[in-house]
Design a protein around this ligand. Sequence first.
Ligand code: BMP
Length: 236
Amino acid sequence: MAVGKLLELARSKESRLILALDFWEGTSPAELLRGLRGLACGVKIGLLALLKLGPREIVKLIEEFSRDYYFLADFKLADIPGIAKCALSMLRDMGFDGAVTHLFHGGVEEVLQEDVGIDLVGVVAMSHRGSEMLLQNFERLLEYSVDLGLSAVVIGATRPDLLSRAARRLENRALVLSPGVGFQGVEPGEALRRGADFEIVGRSITLSRDPASAARSVVEAHRRWLREGRDSRGAS
Ligand code: BMP
């Protein structure tokens, strides 16, 4: 499983930060990634970055930084298996280590029948208000991710109770990646405390005047949790 790469980077950097590269200002993505080398373990690239940069620039970025970061393609796939498989193999060929898929549309077992050569990360609960239809099916989606044997799942940091429930159910079988920290209001380290393994952070770092220092303060919260708070995970 390529998530081994993510865990190795997390161990060596003593960080649980995945950068969401959607926006940037006054700096190029390459400069941004150069400045965050010692801080972030992963980079999540979605539709906005693809539309702004195009696939070639993204491949260049992945080539330059593939040793420094776990690259996660976040296109939240939700298509029929034949199309999803093809998309995953193209993303793998671009150099991505993992890719995000929705689960609600089903058929993901068919996608996984052959080794797609890329980690599949399933969306179980989203962070935004208005995602009730997913929330109503939280248990089902979580169980589906377990049955599929996914490497990782996404659960919004704005859902602390669900993070704790998922951490108890998954028991380290899959990593929990949690967006919603910073710009969406959750304090750095809070999702880890509730059971996440990684925090996905975008705008509060990428749009900051000093991205490295914004990332450092997130990672400092992670280091405090890694050193002191880990035993109390999911307790509250
Ligand atoms: P920001 O820290 O700027 O709010 O970015 C969060 C990132 O996580 C965005 O890329 C968004 O697409 C993603 N995300 C999210 O915010 N909530 C979810 O439930 C799932 C996501 O992928």
